[in-house]
Design a binder for this molecule. Structure first.
Ligand code: NAD
Length: 437
């Protein structure tokens, strides 16, 4: 079976590499010349653990190749995936589908023989139908079926997530397409991964509903953390106690500076738009968005407060700027709100991130980039943990205190214990925990 993957980003490239590992013949098409050049040289343009090795193995086996030319790949394909971006549209907060429809227009002339065309991108309910309508106008002669196959992988553990999914979700209304999709996911279904066939509308909406629910869990625990601080409870104990209840589950109950990343902010915004336009507003999710936006701002205020009420002429070391560890992705990272607020209040900001510097540099002007965490905290009045990269957990706090000129550590990810920080001579601030925790 031949696959054409249009869009070689965090989702497209990982999916393409994994499908080729299953033994399928995959051509990955991207129109970004820089990304394409790197992939043609056998390098991943994004940081994702394990991806370089997976690519190398399948390129060498002749199952994975890259191209800037969509025509031949679409012509030969049994399945064409659309894995292009669907960012937040400026102005109304809806999903911007221009890349999706742009790719549909590009591929239409090359459809040859029965072809399954499926979105992997997260697209609002009704998009498959609209793709079908456009294709019918562009290629009334062609034989194809349009499906929805939303992707649930997480950056940082994308390969593991793709190859060991909680479920694979396929929305379709065509028996021939179902045969093709069953064959495609056979390597997972024989290992007992649930492959669910549902309507296209259900598949499209389920992806947004899942992300909205996860965002809700994060905002919920963030507000519970604030309450813990007021009443002397410990959010980690509360989260662990409620998480034991299987109806709640113990995942996504870690308080922090608010959710960010390439999916939650834009998907929450888009489902809110869909719901409003459908006259069935999601008032809970609208509140989640407000809580999260306010949280990022509140976190900057928390750092200022920890620095005795002012950061003017102070040096702040920021450890981690990506929206989460194990990725270089900076899209909608909380750091993009918090760092400029500190700069506006007169702070000098020194930053270290293990993988994020290249993407973050143009987004965070005026900061000093440092070679490692120890370099970043040198001479700092305040150190802030913004992203919980594993290497920060191993930081020697006594040595860190000696390198700083101040003694304030603001840990927005709760990676240290207050006792260890105090023993190192640091004034420690974390989220939702009493000072001694
Ligand atoms: P991305 O921006 O990293 O990648 C998109 C790629 O598509 C880019 O490399 C771009 O150059 C390419 N592209 C755009 N138009 C093209 C065209 N006409 N022809 C060829 N290439 C084209 O985006 P991403 O993070 O991989 O996300 C893709 C989709 O998957 C989005 O809808 C997103 O919501 C969804 N998704 C993302 C994640 C994630 O963790 N990043 C997880 C699940 C779902």
């Amino acid at each position: 079976m031949k696959i054409c993957m249009i869009g070689a980003g965090y989702v497209g490239l990982v999916s393409a590499a994994c499908f080729s590992e299953f033994g399928f013949d995959v051509t990955c098409v991207d129109n970004n010349p820089e990304r394409l050049k790197q992939m043609e040289e056998g390098r991943s343009p994004i940081y994702e653990p394990g991806l370089d090795d997976l690519m190398a193995r399948n390129i060498a086996a002749g199952r994975l190749r890259f191209s800037g030319d969509l025509g031949p790949a679409v012509k030969a394909a049994d399945i064409v995936f659309l894995a292009v971006g669907t960012p937040m549209r400026r102005g109304d907060g809806h999903a911007d589908l221009s890349y999706v429809y742009g790719a549909v227009e590009e591929l239409a002339p090359y459809l040859d023989g029965f072809t399954v065309i499926t979105t992997k991108s997260t697209v609002p309910v009704g998009t498959s139908r609209e793709i079908q309508r456009r294709l019918a106008a562009l290629r009334p002669d062609a034989e194809y079926a349009v499906c929805s196959n939303p992707e649930f992988l997480r950056e940082g553990s994308a390969i593991q997530d793709f190859t060991h999914p909680d479920r694979v979700l396929v929305g379709l209304d065509d028996a021939r397409a179902q045969e093709v999709m069953e064959k495609l996911y056979k390597p997972l279904s024989i290992r007992n991964a649930p492959v669910m066939f549902v309507s296209r509308e259900s598949a499209e909406l389920a992806k947004y509903a899942a992300n909205a629910f996860l965002a809700l869990k994060i905002s919920f625990i963030n507000e519970i953390a604030d309450l813990c601080e007021e009443v002397g409870a410990n959010v980690q104990e509360v989260a662990s106690a409620i998480g034991k209840d299987r109806r709640i589950g113990d995942k996504f109950l870690h308080p922090g500076p608010g959710y960010g990343g390439s999916c939650f902010p834009k998907d929450v915004s888009a489902i809110i738009r869909t719901a409003r336009e459908s006259k069935s507003p999601l008032s809970i999710i609208e509140q989640v968005q407000i809580v999260n936006d306010e949280r990022k701002i509140a976190m900057a205020g928390r750092i200022v407060k920890a620095a005795n009420g002012s950061v003017r002429d102070k040096t702040i070391a920021v450890l981690g700027v990506t929206f989460k560890p194990n990725t270089d992705d900076m899209r909608d990272a909380p750091s993009l709100v918090i760092v400029p607020m500190l700069q506006e209040r007169g702070a000098t900001v020194r930053v270290y991130d293990p993988q994020g510097q290249k993407q973050a540099e143009p987004l965070l002007p005026g900061v000093t980039w440092c070679a490692d965490a120890n370099d970043a905290i040198l001479g700092a009045d305040v150190a802030v943990v913004l992203t919980e990269w594993n290497e920060f957990r191993a930081l020697d706090l006594k040595a860190a205190r000696a390198r700083m000129s101040g003694d304030v550590l603001v840990d927005l990810r709760n990676i240290f214990s207050a006792d260890a920080a105090r023993a190192a001579g640091l004034r420690y601030h974390s989220i939702g925990r009493p000072v001694s925790a």
